[in-house]
Write a protein that binds this ligand. Structure first.
Ligand SMILES: Nc1nc2c(ncn2[C@@H]2O[C@H](COP(=O)(O)OP(=O)(O)OP(=O)(O)O)[C@@H](O)[C@H]2O)c(=O)[nH]1
Length: 701
């Protein structure tokens, strides 16, 4: 029934968990899956059996890379809610994955280590969540550890992240004696047995006497902060009235959901220890109570294809035309290709034919699944707000929209930056070569930020990626998961080449007589610098190069661009004009024209004053004021150019453009230089001409 489903969406929470490496994201995720009844064995990170961290490399590195969407259920105040949990990666090299997840989430849980507090990487992901306007609930984890400090972490959430923390929990007991929390909304204690097992219930008790004073102070602070930002509560506050529990929940929800559009992020803060099974149930309650449903998340915006980019918005309603985003593709050992899809509007039914506007073709929806931790559930239908896995989509890639052909929309696409680092892989045997080629297809389908090409000169397979660790992980998967035996080179910067001068004409003839049919083709081309990748213009008149051979000439020119004349890097920024040519009715062929074009183009590039381009990164360093001089000096020494200085929430933000070649090892250097107090993000900015000394070193290698 339509009404039931429509109400159902209000009870969906699409959330991710974000954290600094080792804060306990995986452990928290595991506990959530266990508590929500979808996983019956709690995996421990130590023994490598966790449900969302399923790649062996992740277990080895102890970090989470691939994001699997898992559906679970949680009941609050008698109402069952569906929680779709996406495990987001935390490492900087995987920012593409993080952003991809943030796109499809409506809210996140930010996990902090109560000992370490807010770490640099937490700042990075926090800012990404700011950028995507994703509301957050904070969970201060590891309260059982020596040195755990809830109050300090809360302070750091305010100071370092510039958020307004709404402290909802006060710890009961400390470190090894941590037993539970005082719920400051209900003013009661939630206490777990010391050796609580996974999923173990807590006892509700009165606030312990020794905490009564502190609890009152924290509650007063909570009410005051809420009142400061929420009008309804403000009225009660000035009248000196206490809000009812439900009223306070509702106000916290309003602030959390609404704050992302406001000047500051208001965020509830809870605490516990996932590992020792304390505090997870209230965290789930908070996810349901305070994080937005797809209805709260509002309209999805996109453009109408082919309509000069006219903007369209879709309400999160089942009755609107379909708008869905494919955000992740995985290979399932049993089901084959699975496409994870977030529905923003409309509905999907098994057997539907849906339209992919980017490809201009229709695809058939095979089976639809909700993926649980250990099982999958086939469902006939998915509606706006759902996240499901679809079988049967053959062509749709990551980041592509699926919609109604009669009412098409392209949702804001995800940008996948060009790879800036590459590594050469050389298979040991012919069968390794075969395994490698099918493996790279699978890997790059799952991870669009991984690019693959073959080096025309050496025949090596080159993998391009976003950073050193990114490539390391993907190469490890190739070797292990796909059983490829190969020699792997050292990571290197992905340079490019370009031209600086126009060449008016290069004339080349290809003629070969080998027994039977000969080969003949002649072309005359001109090249010039071009503000873009590559353009081919056919200016031949009078059929001197017959139409059917023109594409072969274009192909030959592109072949030449793959292997620059300076140092063998890809060439960009070239316009080619085909001026003239000649053919032979018997002996001319596509091959002859492609060969001659390649030859002519190589000559033209050599004459066109080729230059080396290097990737330049947009680097943003957030640093305390007293380290700023040092940070800037170091960026200058790395050939960086500072673009702007700003102040953000008490810290200094230095934005600079720095060549990637100078950024190897920056994470460690910055940490050392600032005692870990500065953090940075970087993304590809542009290619720029490398200075002569750099070019000479690269070309001379
Ligand atoms: N003492 C204590 N240890 C914890 C707690 N939660 C997690 N840990 C431990 O901290 C380590 C890191 O936990 P993970 O859950 O793997 O952390 P993560 O944030 O998922 O790490 P990545 O996957 O690397 O990003 C593991 O050894 C956990 O057992 C906790 O509440 N208390």
């Amino acid at each position: 029934m339509a009404t039931t489903t429509r109400m159902g969406r209000a009870s969906v929470r699409n959330i991710g968990i974000m954290a600094h490496i080792d804060a306990g994201k995986t452990t928290t995720t595991e506990r959530i899956l266990y508590y929500t009844g979808t996983s019956h064995k709690v995996g421990e990170v130590h023994d490598g059996t966790t449900a969302t961290d399923f790649l062996p490399e992740e277990r080895e590195h102890g970090i989470t890379i691939a994001s699997a969407a898992v559906t679970c259920r949680w009941t609050v105040d008698g109402a069952v809610h569906t929680v779709n949990l996406i495990d987001t990666p935390g490492h900087i090299d995987f920012t593409v994955e993080v952003e991809r997840c943030l796109r499809v989430l409506d809210g996140t849980v930010a996990v902090f280590d109560a000992v370490a507090g807010v770490e640099p990487q937490s700042e990075t992901v926090w800012r990404q969540a700011d950028r995507y306007g994703v509301p957050r609930v904070c969970f201060v984890n590891k309260m059982d550890r020596v040195g755990a400090d809830m109050a300090r972490t809360v302070e750091m959430i305010g100071d370092r992240l510039g958020a307004v923390p709404l402290v909802l929990h006060l710890p009961v007991g400390a470190e090894a004696g941590f037993r539970g929390v005082v719920d400051l909304v209900g003013m009661r204690a939630l206490v777990w047995p010391a050796d609580a097992g996974p999923g173990e219930a807590y006892e509700v008790a009165a606030v312990p006497d020794e905490l009564a004073g502190e609890a009152r102070r924290w509650r007063a602070r909570l009410l005051e902060t809420v009142a400061e930002h929420d009008e309804a509560l403000m009225e009660l506050y000035v009248r000196g009235e206490e809000p009812a529990e439900a009223e306070l929940h509702a106000a916290v929800r309003r602030l959390t959901v609404g704050s992302v559009d406001g000047p500051v992020t208001v965020t509830p803060v809870l605490c516990g220890t996932a590992f020792k099974n304390k505090g997870v149930q209230p965290l789930l309650d908070a996810v349901v109570r305070y994080l937005p449903s797809p209805l709260d998340a509002g309209e999805a915006v996109g453009v109408r294809p082919g309509d000069a980019g006219a903007a369209v918005a879709r309400p999160p309603s089942e009755d609107a035309p379909l708008a869905a985003l494919a955000f992740k593709i995985t290979g399932d050992p049993h089901l084959g290709r699975l496409t994870f899809v977030r529905l923003y509007s409309g509905r999907l039914d098994t057997g539907d034919r849906v339209y992919n506007p980017l490809r201009g073709e229709k695809e058939r929806i095979g089976k639809i699944y909700r993926m649980h931790a250990a099982t999958r559930e086939e469902v006939p239908t998915a509606v706006a707000g759902d996240i499901v896995a679809v079988m049967g989509l053959r062509r749709t890639g990551t980041g592509e929209t699926l919609c109604d052909a009669a009412d098409p929309i392209v949702l804001d696409s995800m940008d996948f930056p060009d790879p800036v680092i590459e590594v050469a892989v050389e298979p040991r045997s012919r069968s390794d070569r075969d395994r490698l080629s099918s493996a790279v297809v699978r890997l790059s389908e799952e991870d669009p930020s991984l690019r693959v090409h073959t080096d025309a000169e050496s025949g090596q397979t080159i993998l391009g990626g976003m950073g050193e660790l990114h490539l390391e992980i993907q190469v490890a998967r190739l070797l292990r998961e796909f059983g490829v035996e190969a020699r792997v080179g050292r990571p290197r910067v992905a340079y490019r080449e370009t031209i600086r001068r126009a060449v008016a004409a290069v004339d080349r003839t290809h003629r070969k007589q080998t027994g039977g049919r000969g080969q003949f083709a002649r072309v005359r081309i001109a090249v010039e610098p071009f503000d873009g990748g590559y353009e081919f213009v056919d200016e031949v008149t009078g059929g001197r190069v017959p139409r059917e051979f023109v594409p072969a000439v274009d192909r030959g020119c592109r072949d030449a661009l793959r292997l620059g004349v300076l140092a063998g890097y890809e060439v960009t920024g070239v316009r080619v004009r085909l001026l003239d040519g000649a053919f032979h009715t018997e002996d001319s062929s596509d091959l002859a024209f492609r060969t001659v074009a390649l030859d002519a183009m190589r000559e033209a590039l050599a004459q066109a004053d080729p230059a080396l381009l290097e990737p330049v990164m947009a680097v943003e360093v957030t640093t305390p004021e007293d380290c700023m001089g040092d940070v800037i000096g170091d960026l200058n020494a790395r050939r960086g150019r500072v673009r702007s200085l700003a102040e953000r929430r008490g810290a200094r933000v230095v934005s600079a453009a720095v060549p990637l070649a100078e950024m190897f090892g920056y994470v460690g250097d910055l940490r050392g230089r600032t005692s870990g107090r500065a953090s940075f993000v970087m993304e590809f900015d542009s290619y720029a001409q490398a200075p002569d000394a750099v070019a000479a070193a690269v070309v001379g290698r």
